[in-house]
Ligand binder design. Structure first.
Ligand code: C2E
Ligand code: CA
Ligand code: CA
Length: 740
């Protein structure tokens, strides 16, 4: 997955989480709103029906009273004054302001002693038409139009009951209705109106924002918030005497919920409706705290989730950084590793300079001889030096073990060489501080016009380094010094191995070994030679390293071993004098499977007694191969004598003398060359003593002078091998020598 995709994930989770949480809150708020609305609707309905009951009961009573008097007048025409007098007592009881009688010419006589013309009043006309009527709110003419009143009127028929001859009426303060309407709902915020089906407001509760001067349908908006025709619905319900529920926006912008139900059964001339309303604010006041809590909770949840996700992202980032540092940081030095070098090289693409591959010759000997900790100290000291020796545009990294890579810039080759020499000098000072053997850096240098492909450049630098790796006289080489001619020839040699083996081009030569004391032959070392088809003879120093690289060496070693075994057996069988011959095994061959078994089977095949053939393994092999001790044991079990070759050529891991049970130490020529130098001689002496005291046989190699022979004899060294006695000889010559 790409990094971008990975980063998108948590963000997507947050977004989805937010959507989920808020839609959950949204849904529950809608549900809550619906529940509340339903509850409020029920409350509104309850209040409305209660109001209706009260109003209806009152009106019924008044109706009955008026109708009672009307019937009396019908029975007793001319009794108007008596009746008026009688009515005075009921005015109070019924809470009327006054009652009265209107003649057909509109002249009205009232219980409070007024006589006035009400011929223009609508209620008068309605009742004259025979209707029982309750007027809408009117200004009271008697008290100067200040007070709002309603007038309840009934017709008074003539005795025959065929025509209306007057009107009886009762006036009450509009407040009376008002008082009939419950105001105590929704914390006093709810209000009620009594309206006619044409929207005329007959009465309203005290706190109603709609008053009697307005038309209910004009006061509220035609449509509700969602465009539904509230007014249309109400009107059609009212026409059909249905009750209903609605939401409306007042013209002043406030909105409300309301419930409406008919008050009477259309007996007083006009259908009345009781409307109970609750302002939206009531609903909001109930819902808002709950919703606020829900949103706070949701917000907290989202914050927690966001914190969780953030923590997750940070953790991820930290892990990525850790991984990156693992990928880019060298564990020992804490500096760059090669992967980082590669990245940095990309950043410096286009720069010209020198890519330098560096390592230390035989550094592993420090690890094995002085401990890994000392080795690490040396590497850290070296790292410190290298770090000091790069500027901002340059680079340094540890590749692995003792291998480093540098990118240096210099004006020219000479300037670079000067820098390198300074560096080598500084490196040479490290061992003294750490009390370890000398360090020998080798460097391969590759010049790049334009840095970029670190792998390629480092590869070239490595090739250059190989030019100096095996040498002790030179520390560095440039890539352009590589002799391609030589490389091609080496390649040819490698390629012709199989053919050469088949053609018998590999010859076994013998270098005799002599007893130091008696000077007599005691054995020989088998050394391979390659006689090429053109007759040219190649020394092993040329081809063995090549075959060690491509693995052919194990085949060659076995071949030499088999040839030696066969020849020894032949000599024994023909009764010729036969001395033990040692055969070399390359350390590379040791890595191959079942080596002990294979050598043992060759021995069996040829039928040679194991005491006539010995095996030489070089000292450096003891460093590379961890289980060399075990291998030696197994060779021993077969019966082989084991010789430790080139002892003293590198740094000595003296402790390994104890753990690896060799039989013979072959002192390297470099030790023998110490003879003549007092300190060197001392060293040689102690080594020989030490070896002998540990039970090793001591063979001196590369002995070239009589003085050396004398010295070694004096040392009580066991055997001598070297040009002083004999160079390696072709088989026939060696056998001639042996046969004397
Ligand atoms: P080595 O095993 O240390 O063999 C001794 C080398 O020292 C031989 O070189 C020998 O000619 C040389 N030498 C002996 N006495 C003197 C002396 O007095 N002065 C000088 N300057 N040199 C002396 P050679 O034959 O060129 O072999 C070189 C190396 O090649 C051997 O070193 C050994 O490591 C390797 N080698 C030779 N034959 C075989 C083989 O069959 N298998 C393997 N794996 N390696 C072999
Ligand atoms: Ca040898
Ligand atoms: Ca040797």
């Amino acid at each position: 997955m790409s990094r971008r995709k990975r980063q998108f994930y948590p963000i997507a989770i947050i977004i989805v989480g937010l959507i989920l949480v808020f839609s959950a809150v949204g849904i529950s708020s809608r549900n809550l709103r619906k529940d509340l609305e339903r509850e409020m609707q029920m409350t509104l309905g309850d209040v409305a029906s209660q109001n209706v009951l009260v109003v209806y009961k009152n009106i019924e009573l008044q109706y009955r009273l008026l109708v009672g008097y009307s019937e009396k007048l019908q029975e007793n025409p001319g009794q108007e004054e008596v009746i008026l007098e009688d009515m005075k007592t009921f005015v109070k009881t019924y809470g009327f302001k006054r009652m009265g009688y209107i003649q057909d010419d509109g002249t009205a006589y009232t219980t409070d002693g007024n006589q006035l013309d009400l011929g223009d009043r609508n209620f008068f006309h309605k009742s004259m038409e025979g209707k029982v009527w309750i007027s809408a709110a009117l200004g009271d003419r008697i008290s100067g139009e200040q007070e709002m009143i309603n007038v309840f009127s009934v017709p008074v028929y003539d005795k025959a009951g065929s025509s209306v001859r007057g009107v009886l009426f009762a006036t009450y303060r509009n407040e009376v209705f008002r008082d009939m309407m419950d105001e105590d709902f929704f914390e006093g915020k709810g209000y009620s109106c009594i309206i006619r089906t044409d929207g005329t407001v007959m009465a309203h509760s005290q706190n109603s924002p709609i008053d009697s001067t307005e038309n209910f349908f004009e006061h509220i908006c035609e449509e509700d918030e969602v465009g539904y025709s509230t007014v249309g619905q109400m009107k059609s319900d009212m026409e059909n005497g249905r009750n209903g529920y609605g939401k409306c926006a007042h013209q002043d912008g406030r909105s409300a919920m309301f419930y409406y139900m008919p008050v009477n059964e259309n007996t007083y001339g006009s259908q009345w409706y009781m409307v109970t309303l609750a302002p939206q604010a009531v609903m909001d006041a109930r819902i808002n705290p709950v919703m606020r809590n829900a949103y706070v909770l949701a917000f907290v949840l989202v914050i927690i989730a966001a914190m969780g996700v953030t923590a997750f992202i940070l953790l991820q980032r930290k892990r990525r950084e850790e991984l990156e540092s693992l990928a880019y940081e060298d564990s020992l030095t804490g500096g760059y590793n090669f992967a980082k070098f590669r990245e940095m090289a990309k950043n410096r693409a286009g720069l010209s300079g020198y890519v330098i591959a560096m390592d230390l010759v035989d550094f592993k000997l420090i690890n094995s001889g002085f401990g890994v900790q000392k080795g690490d100290e040396a590497l850290l000291a070296l790292w410190g030096l290298l770090r000091k020796n790069v500027n901002d545009s340059e680079l340094v990294a540890r590749v692995n073990a003792d291998r480093f890579v540098l990118f240096w810039q210099a004006d020219d080759k000479a300037a670079l060489e000067q820098r390198i020499k300074n560096l080598i000098r500084a490196i040479k000072e490290i061992p003294e501080k750490l009390n370890i053997p000398p360090l020998f850096p080798v460097l391969g240098i590759y010049y790049v016009e334009s840095l970029e492909d670190a792998d390629k450049c480092y590869g070239y630098a490595l090739q250059a380094k190989h030019l100096v790796k095996g040498r002790r006289d030179k520390y560095y080489a440039f890539y352009d010094e590589i002799d391609y001619q030589r490389l091609m020839e080496n390649k040819k040699l490698e390629d012709s191995f199989d053919e050469a083996l088949e053609n018998g081009e590999f010859e076994v030569w013998y270098q005799p070994k002599y007893s130091a004391q008696s000077g007599e032959i005691i054995g020989a070392e088998a050394l391979v030679r390659w006689r090429r088809s053109d007759g040219k003879m190649l020394p092993p120093g040329i081809f063995i390293p090549l075959f060690e690289k491509n693995g052919c060496i194990s085949v060659l070693d076995e071949y030499v071993f088999r040839r030696v075994c066969e020849r020894q057996k032949e000599r024994l069988d023909t009764g010729k004098k036969t001395y033990p011959v040692s055969v070399n095994i390359s350390r590379v061959s040791l890595y191959f499977d079942r080596i002990v078994e294979r050598y043992e089977s060759i021995l069996k095949e040829t039928g040679l007694d194991v005491k006539y053939v010995q095996l030489e393994i070089t000292e450096s092999a003891t460093v590379d191969n961890v289980d060399i001790g075990g291998l030696i044991e197994r060779f021993h079990e077969v019966g082989f004598q084991m010789l430790l070759d080139d002892f003293g050529s590198g740094y000595w891991a003296l402790s390994s003398l104890n753990t690896m049970r060799f039989d013979t130490l072959k002192l390297d020529k470099s030790l023998i060359d110490y003879i003549g130098d007092t300190r060197g001689e001392k060293l040689l002496k102690y080594i020989t003593r030490l070896g002998q005291s540990l039970g090793f046989r001591i063979t001196a190699e590369g002995v070239e002078t009589a003085a050396q022979v004398e010295f070694l004899k004096h040392l009580k060294c066991d055997d001598i091998q070297g040009y002083f006695y004999s160079k390696p000889l072709p088989m026939q010559e060696y056998e001639a020598l042996v046969s004397g």
